[in-house]
Ligand binder design. Structure first.
Ligand SMILES: Nc1ncnc2c1ncn2[C@@H]1O[C@H](COP(=O)(O)OP(=O)(O)O)[C@@H](O)[C@H]1O
Ligand SMILES: [Mg+2]
Length: 465
């Protein structure tokens, strides 16, 4: 992969295998194991086929979701999003099977097969080809092709056939249980750092509370630390951060910066930003969905760079679907808050998201889980969710009927209900995200709700008026 994301990320560190006797019976959670890309095969463990997926990001996410229930048979060891990266990734990841979209342009099947044979000897190719265009890629080197619409089970079967293991059903064998990812304390801000920190609020699914969290976090950061905070609504088509921050009447939005391409004028940026509660500066999503495409990745990069010069914290509210612009922020983010909720689909999509981050080489210490009770009814316990994700939850936000009201009034709950459990949890989140601030201020924690904006401790500069 190009860009700042390291290719062999820290996810791929080999882990120690638990003692053999602990592998005899698989615990229920082992089936949901998210991270075993580099797990060495232990005795009694069915070989897991390592698959590298080369496709557009949206299709990669679909495939990850399809394959999520088959982690005992297939492991996505890497992804490639650009033609140029496919062979390089194969060389690094050494997959057993390359699952490659026929839409990846680039080399023809025979050339790709030859290059792959050199990069990852023994790896097989499985083409993803829409029905009707199979002939276009047919070559003696390539056997079967698979349709994009295929189900997870069919895809796994095709991968197994490509790998040459179709003769037998997989041995049902115990998988070594993945270690639980404990909370990693954040490092204090590096002395002399002049760029603001980026916190991305992300989930693989809509309606789990991303925007509620991003807005409350931005306001909470501003109130609790006195720092200069910006909020970027990256849900460019359906963004509602403006409504939640009561600045939806503001006339300028990110689309006004789109025409500036890779250079964003700081003065223009200041004019385009709205000012919401607690002086949080808000970069709104375009007024109408079709304008979203005007904002390019390079454009967004320039915007974040410029915002980072004049703000201590930049909170980014992500859209529900994954696209290049979100990937750009994933690469840059100092902390990715993965939002999940108490229901099966939310937890499932979180597993897929974690798997995706692993494939992208995102370091574990940049990821934290926020569990939000977005509905009254709870299907799981927090402990179950942690077991399923193999990730400790950083903060749990309660269900609060006042959330809807606060959205309607455009006033985040941390402002209107500072004594609520919700606000308490947001303060804990802010403390986690700003260790230097939390450290120096622990003694005054109780004053926080009473004298909010008085604390200006580590701002990069003065807050803009
Ligand atoms: N903790 C909560 N308590 C009560 N309702 C919530 C909570 N979190 C989210 N909601 C509800 O879920 C809806 C969706 O939240 P939102 O932040 O817009 O999700 P997303 O941005 O992930 O699509 C909100 O309008 C609100 O009604
Ligand atoms: Mg949203």
């Amino acid at each position: 992969m190009k860009g700042a994301v390291p290719s062999g990320g820290s996810f791929l560190v080999h882990r120690t295998i638990p003692a053999a006797d602990s592998m005899v019976t698989a615990s229920p959670s082992a089936r949901y194991s998210t991270y075993h890309a580099a797990m060495p095969e232990g005795p009694g463990t069915a070989p897991v086929i390592r698959v590298l997926i080369a496709d557009q990001i949206a299709h990669i996410v679909e495939d990850l979701a399809k394959l999520a229930d088959f982690s005992d048979q297939v492991d996505v060891c890497g992804i490639a999003r650009h033609d140029d990266d496919v062979i390089e990734e194969a060389r690094l990841r050494r997959p057993d099977v390359l699952l490659v979209s026929s839409a990846m342009g680039g080399a023809d099947a025979a050339t790709l097969a030859a290059q792959l044979a050199d990069a990852a000897p023994g790896a097989k190719i499985l083409f993803v080809t829409p029905p009707g265009v199979e002939d276009g890629v047919a070559a003696p080197e390539i056997g079967e092709t698979v349709a994009p619409s295929t189900t997870g089970a069919e895809l796994v079967a095709a991968i197994r056939r490509a790998q040459g293991v179709d003769a037998h059903e997989p041995a049902v064998a115990a998988e070594p249980e993945e270690p639980m990812q404990e909370i990693i304390p954040r490092r204090p801000r590096r002395a002399g750092r002049t760029r603001g920190e980026i916190f991305l609020v992300y989930s693989g699914k809509g309606g789990v509370g991303k925007s509620m969290i991003a807005t409350n976090l931005a306001v909470g950061l501003s109130i609790d630390t006195g720092a200069r905070v910006a909020l970027v609504d990256l849900d460019l088509q359906y963004g509602d951060a403006g409504v939640m921050m009561q600045v939806d009447k503001h006339l300028t939005s990110i689309e006004d910066l789109a025409q500036h391409g890779e250079v964003v004028d700081p003065e223009v940026l200041q004019e385009v930003l709205a000012t919401g509660p607690a002086s949080v500066r808000v970069l709104l999503a375009p007024a109408s969905p079709e304008l979203a495409d005007l904002v390019t990745t390079a454009n967004l990069r320039a915007i974040l760079r410029e915002l980072g010069k004049t703000h201590d914290y930049i909170v980014v509210d992500a859209p529900a679907h994954l696209e290049e612009r979100t990937l750009e922020v994933i690469e840059q983010a100092d902390q990715i808050l993965v939002v999940t909720a108490f229901n099966v689909t939310a937890v499932k999509s979180t597993r897929v998201a974690l798997k995706l981050f692993q494939s992208l080489g995102v370091e574990m210490d940049r990821i934290a889980i926020v569990l939000n009770q977005s509905r009254q009814k709870v299907t799981f316990a927090r402990g179950d969710i942690e077991q399923l994700l193999r990730f400790r939850v950083l903060v749990q936000l309660p269900f609060d009927t006042r959330v809807d009201e606060s959205i309607d009034h455009g006033q985040p709950l941390v402002m209107s209900e500072p004594r609520s459990e919700m606000s308490k949890q947001f303060r804990a989140l802010v403390d986690y995200l700003t260790p230097d601030a939390a450290e120096t201020d622990r003694a005054h924690a109780d004053d926080r709700a009473r004298v909010p904006a008085s604390r200006r401790r580590f701002s990069l500069g003065r807050r803009q008026s």
